[in-house]
Write a protein of this length. Sequence first.
Length: 273
Amino acid sequence: MADIAESPSVRPLLPIGKLSYALPSDPLPLRAAVRAIERLTGSHRLERLYRRWRVEKYAKGAPFWSSALEMLGVDLRLHGGSWPPDLRSDEPRIIIANHPYGLMDGVAAAALAERLGRPFKVLVHEALLRVPEPVPYLLPVDFSETREAMQKNLQLRRDALKALAEGETIVIFPAGGVSTAPKVLGAAEDLPWKRFTARLIRDAKATVLPLYFPGQNGFMFQAVSRISMRLRISMIVTAVNRQLNRPLDICIGEPLRYETLSRMGTDRDSLMD
């Protein structure tokens, strides 16, 4: 269980992680293409910041996610509801959000979860497990809804339900992928939300804490999305570099307690509407 009320004590430095969305399981041509695009779009800049953060923040016991935002030069501008929300201590809680950027919105959502002052886990793409420092906060999820993914996620759901029962918060992006524009120059939309999230909310009888990130990735990301949904993740580095040293807006929705959600419908499709 991740200890969120961290003391400013020294942490041991872990082996340096791999800041890349290229997976060892990818075919060699795809792996090479992803790494090449990441290098061309500024991965070296993020790698320098990561190495600095490890020494200047992580090793000195700074709050994990807020110190990451500080190193990236990102201030969160919150709009709407209050944060942390006023909830009973025994309420299971799931933070859900749209996913317009792919990485910065994940760091921001985790930083907000950190402010709740209780343990939490973020459901993420498995590539992020190649960086060792955040691993205690992460649960890898496969949103593909294939038979294999469904089998893999059975244990994940059990782990998430156990974490919720023990007072941990779960952070999840129900789309399971970065928002995409139907037309290259159009407004990006979240991919259809996966049923995994609705089932988790229903089984845990959880209170939902909704977040909304205005904005979207740029033209090149949307253009590459029309060529290859797998290759486009190499463009996330570009998106992060565009957001360095800028404020990030987040709209905070009012908490939705399970009693309210259940009146909307008890089936998974109703919960996702």
